[in-house]
Ligand binder design. Sequence first.
Ligand SMILES: Cc1ncc(COP(=O)(O)O)c(C=O)c1O
Length: 384
Amino acid sequence: MSRVSLTAEAAGALAQQHGTPFYFYDLPVLHERVLRAKTALPATLLYAVKANPNAELVRSLHGLVGGLDVSSLGEVELALRCGWRAEQLSFAGPGKTPHELQQAVERGVLISVESLRELSAVAAMGKRARVRLRLNPSHRTQAYRVSMIGGPSPFGIDEEELALATEHLRRHAAAIDFDGVHVHPGGQCTSVGAFAAAAAATLDLVERLGLPVRTVNFGGGFGVLGSGEELDIEACGRRLGTMLEKFRAATGQKIEAVLELGRWLVGPAGLYVARVVSEKRSRGKHFVMLDGGMNHHLGATGHLAPEDAPRVTVMNLSRPDAPMTTRTITGPLCTPLDTFGEVELPEPEVGDLLAVTNSGAYGYSFSPLLFLGHPAPAEAVKAG
Ligand SMILES: Cc1ncc(COP(=O)(O)O)c(C=O)c1O
């Protein structure tokens, strides 16, 4: 159950119904991963909508996660349409417009404030705003393949401005309901030590803030690589539990921990299924062309995280028992960037349905769908 499986018959039926390519999201697999994360982590678990904003999927997480991390008014409205309440949403993002801020404050969405300027803007909205301070610690995390703290950054208030932020919060106490601190260290972390180091840096800032804090949001970024390697969530939970206990004992603050995961929860719950439309040999390489590629699934072509390329895992759904072979898998686009790389898989033939695994996160909504005018893929959802 913890892996998506799709038989040749089921894949064929979906291809008939939707055409190809299509994404396939397996909600039972997603829900099982959510339960595993909740068991492992001593924290309230939020789902980061940006990882996969499919409405059926977002709706299905009701009662399973404690809320949603959203990053635009569009995501706020999607969440509300999917039955979430505004007070269950936490809104981060470096370029919130005055309109977005106003709407979020009026509706009671919690705002992760990214700068002192944004803090002042929120304080002037005329309605008391629920606020977390997003901070940018000076701690660097090489082990997050996408690092979002430690350097100059549009995300969060620099650690060097911590005292100023405290002063702002004190000054605007009537206009701001200060909830706590938020640090999102980055993405694609598979090191428990790196997660723990970032969490320790966060708790250090909380301690130095000098204000009572209700919640500490440790962000997301739990990694799952194309090869299938993923962050050991149980080990992270144990490390975080120990740190929280020590922090609470040392400071007397009964903070509640929050984590907002996207990729780790939903990545392994999705497949990208495309059909082999052509093949050719060229100067010692055997190419297999699919009817979709980076236009639908930019992340899997490795251009967003080159260190993870070209290690995607591709299944041959039509011919799973064919002898294993190596092929260079490409999409249909007129650019050499459109390749899933050299992949070992059961020997594919023209007409076969192939599936890129670990495609549930940062796929459909994170790809240049309009490039070259191919139709967008369908999204097929297996209900939970
Ligand atoms: C503020 C914030 N929280 C959470 C996430 C989710 O990250 P991931 O999907 O890597 O868990 C992101 C992703 O960019 C983010 O920017």
